[in-house]
Write a protein that binds this ligand. Structure first.
Ligand SMILES: Cc1cc2nc3c(=O)[nH]c(=O)nc-3n(C[C@H](O)[C@H](O)[C@H](O)COP(=O)(O)OP(=O)(O)OC[C@H]3O[C@@H](n4cnc5c(N)ncnc54)[C@H](O)[C@@H]3O)c2cc1C
Ligand code: SF4
Length: 502
């Protein structure tokens, strides 16, 4: 332990969004050079693309990626996200369970979709923090990460959105869909509001990593245009502000504040330890360290997928087709007299990856025209609902390894009440939601609430302390899991907890 007057020593476990939030707070407070980052740091596949992002060269690069996907991945519809033809690792036997396992510098932000929205006081009801208290932290992280967007009817719900980059370019069909939804008015206790996806995406013209709208986001972005914390953290390590120790943290000693790594080495003691290893991993470390078998249930947002058809006309701009396979449009279901909480819908165009993943490379030239033709005629909607209406997992240690078991099932009756609202909002101006039930996806990637702030099952203080000087800084500490995309709040909340701990 540092003696009186000595420089404090800080340990941060994990370099994803929560890790970046903590590191930024420590550096903002002038602690450069006193921070050790512990990170598994498995090597991530870099894009094998070099040179100018000229459309033909980009196309040829992704032809190679799809050939690798065809040879290396089994067929699946809808296809899972891959990273330059590599599957994303999961917990479970052979890494093929449902829950994503995070083990690279930058964590799951290397693979995410970038949607970044703040929580409002409605999402934060029951949390020991208000939106006003989070605002300076949202602002700080937005300045660092960059958020593309613009004010529109969704801003009525979110208030300040910390947008500081040009909006992502939606297709004309999405612009028309936005108008359609926004003229619909309230229905069955909800008001639907539509707007462009707020996204941590490089949209500034001429910027080094700016998006070129090649449409291949789900196969891995060759431009690194979608924000990853990897770049910021790598810069902190490169210039000596942060020291990196590669390795998997297994446990902390609650009394001495030392860390033990998987290779048996120990590190520390530290004055403060910040656990930011992602909800599942932080839970594992805390349970093992405290000698506990079970944490609180892990929340995840249920997602329901449904198609939207378009029979109207939209002229495409002349020239080569350009689009993004990230969500283009967001629809918020704003409670207006219902007992149900806010729900978020992300809309995607009918992107090539969806089909090309499953089509033999030799046949793709025959199919491509049809998929491209359908781009303005078929859309995919993903409805995200609040964690309390979603599936959850019991999380515990079995034979010293993290184990997940189904706990609560998704409440599909809530979604049955939301679908008429969405049909009312979308069935106009040539758009149409077919009268079929949405497809329930029983696993998503938004994990939270195993070690909630102020919780008692595993005692965690309202300030995030799980043992003296040891803080839970990621979404494990969320008291619950709203439907609003969680990662911007992970960044801001980690920054807040770390700043408050000093
Ligand atoms: C395909 C996909 C799409 C997504 N899209 C969105 C989206 O559009 N919007 C949104 O808000 N969210 C999205 N998410 C979720 C988002 O990625 C996560 O919420 C976010 O990355 C969690 O941040 P974190 O820092 O808590 O954890 P992680 O990102 O998981 O980072 C954890 C870090 O800790 C390290 N680590 C883990 N265990 C240890 C250990 N024992 N010792 C040392 N280091 C360790 C890991 O290597 C990693 O660097 C998406 C996720 C996926 C998989
Ligand atoms: S469209 Fe997607 S893959 Fe292409 S540059 Fe933009 S973000 Fe990257």
């Amino acid at each position: 332990m540092s003696g009186p007057g000595a420089s404090p020593k800080f340990a941060v476990v994990g370099s994803g969004p929560a890790g970046l939030g903590v590191l930024t707070a420590l550096l903002d407070a002038g602690h450069a050079g006193r921070i050790t980052l512990f990170e598994i740091d498995r090597a991530i596949t870099p894009p094998a693309f070099t040179g100018e992002p000229e459309a033909d060269a980009v196309g040829a690069f992704y032809d190679g990626v799809y050939r690798e996907i065809w040879n290396g991945q089994s067929r699946k519809f809808p296809p899972p996200k891959t990273h330059f033809a590599r599957a994303l690792p999961k917990f479970g036997r052979g890494g093929k369970g449902k829950i994503f396992r995070s083990d690279t510098l930058g964590g799951l932000s290397n693979f995410w979709g970038g949607t970044a929205l703040p929580f409002t006081d409605r999402e934060l009801g029951g949390w020991p923090v208000t939106r006003a208290e989070l605002d300076p932290h949202y602002r700080r992280l937005a300045a660092l990460c960059g958020i593309a967007g613009r004010p529109d009817p969704l801003s009525r719900y979110f208030g300040e959105e910390f947008v500081n980059r040009p909006p992502l370019p939606m297709t004309r069909a999405f612009e028309k869909m936005e108008r359609a939804v926004n003229e619909a008015g309230a229905h069955a206790g909800f008001e639907a509001a539509a707007g462009v996806n707020r996204c941590m995406l490089e949209t500034r013209p001429g910027a080094a990593r700016s998006c070129v709208q090649c449409g291949e986001c789900l196969a891995g972005c060759f431009r690194d245009a979608i924000f990853s914390t990897r770049h910021e953290v790598a810069a902190m390590i490169a210039d000596g502000r942060v020291a990196l120790v590669r390795g998997q943290v297994r446990s902390f000693d609650a009394k001495t504040r030392q860390l033990t790594l998987a290779d048996g080495q120990s590190a520390g003691p530290f004055d403060r330890i910040y656990l930011a290893a992602g909800c599942p991993n932080t839970t594992e470390i805390a349970l093992r360290s405290l000698g506990l078998r079970e944490a609180g249930e892990m929340a995840d947002n249920s997602v329901y997928v449904f198609p939207v058809l378009h029979f109207g006309r939209t002229a495409r701009p002349p020239g080569r087709e350009s689009y993004l396979s990230l969500s283009n449009l967001l629809i918020g279901l704003l409670p207006a007299g219902t007992d149900l909480p806010f729900a978020q819908v992300q809309l995607y165009t009918n992107f090539d990856y969806m089909w090309r993943y499953n089509v033999p490379p030799a046949l793709w030239p025959l199919v491509r025209g049809l998929v491209s033709w359908s781009r303005d005629r078929l859309f995919w909607a993903r409805l995200y609902v609040h964690g309390r209406l979603s599936q959850s997992y019991a999380v515990g240690l079995e034979n010293d390894a993290l184990h997940f078991a189904p706990a609560r099932s998704a409440d599909r009756s809530a979604v049955a009440r939301m679908m008429p609202v969405l049909r009312h909002a979308l069935n106009r101006r040539g758009f149409y939601v077919p009268p079929i039930p949405p497809l329930y996806q029983n696993a998503n990637s938004h994990y939270a609430a195993t070690l909630p702030l102020g919780g008692t099952r595993v005692p965690v203080s309202r300030e995030g302390e799980v043992a003296p000087g040891i803080y839970v800084c990621d979404s494990a500490a969320f008291p619950d899991l709203p439907a609003v995309s969680l990662t911007f709040t992970i960044l801001a909340q980690a920054h807040r907890l770390a700043a408050q701990s000093l």
